[in-house]
Design a protein around this ligand. Sequence first.
Ligand SMILES: Cc1ncc(COP(=O)(O)O)c(C=O)c1O
Length: 362
Amino acid sequence: MQFIDLKAQYAALRESIQVRMNAVLEHGQYIMGPEVAEMEAALAARVGVDHCISVASGTEALLIALMALDIGPGDEVITTPFTFAASAETIVLAGATPVFVDIEPDTCNIDAALIEAAITPRTRAIMPVSLYGQVADMAAINAIAAQHGLAVIEDAAQSFGATYQGRPSCGLSTFGATSFFPSKPLGCYGDGGALFTNDAALAQAAREIRVHGQSKRYHHSRIGVGGRMDTLQCAVVLAKLERFDWEIERRLALGDRYHQLLADLSLRRLVVRPDRDCVWAQYTVFVEQRAAVQAALQAAGIPTAIHYPIPLHHQPAYARFAPQEACPHAVRAAAQVLSLPMSADLSEADQDRIVAALRQAL
Ligand SMILES: Cc1ncc(COP(=O)(O)O)c(C=O)c1O
């Protein structure tokens, strides 16, 4: 059994992917070819925003968003320590300081009720992370941001395809930043990512930053990066969009089915708030005897993963940004979370096997 079944997805989309990739090989515009603009238009329409800017990765998307907002030395950005390193890493790379705010213990997303207390005169932005595929309490976060004149960058690396109060993730704030890493809900076959915004000036800044800050060829109006997404990867995303609606439906249904099948077990499940859904980039539960349960599952042939075992403020590179005793819910979650196999192509028979093995392990 695969933790994420990308082979079954490829088998289902083989012809479209090959046709799309062959078209790129034939026209030969490997950088900024026509598939780049085609994918950006398709994704902007899907998210319901004016601008989509494809970039080299989800990490690059976050960094370019911060740079477009002119966030740098002396500035603070509020985020969560219970995330992949890229969230805080890009804040530090931009020259700013990450300020860690604890998570809600039931959703593992940043606790909006704790944000206000972390705001200082240096705060410039809030970066909530839509962890596991569920958007954080964006209405509350946007309201705080508006009151204090802050930008909001949604780290939506795991939540492309999710909705919040009926609106798509990535289109809910100043910038939405997603990743097309192969295992993400919408993945390519390498690295890729995208930024989404309704702000024309920020979109223009992001477009320039992704090509070394050029406003036109060899005219460098600002500092930028080499941050383009290549044409072949955009072609893969275009092919994958063909059955993406079906994949999201499957993910939601499989998430519900896991929830029901696990209801009588003595383990805590992630809570999905009623005004949003979760596209389950990872289907994650909380187990107290995690090492033993993970070993038992492995012995039964069930692959699992931990997203994430150490909160960022307990990592050597980020320890200076918060005391060890800060963010106790993030610390507790990191000790308990366990992700089970999840992908649109997971069969119900395999899901039953996973649940039976987990029942046995517990
Ligand atoms: C929450 C989060 N943020 C950022 C990233 C970075 O994305 P990428 O791997 O495409 O750089 C990832 C994925 O790896 C992620 O899960």
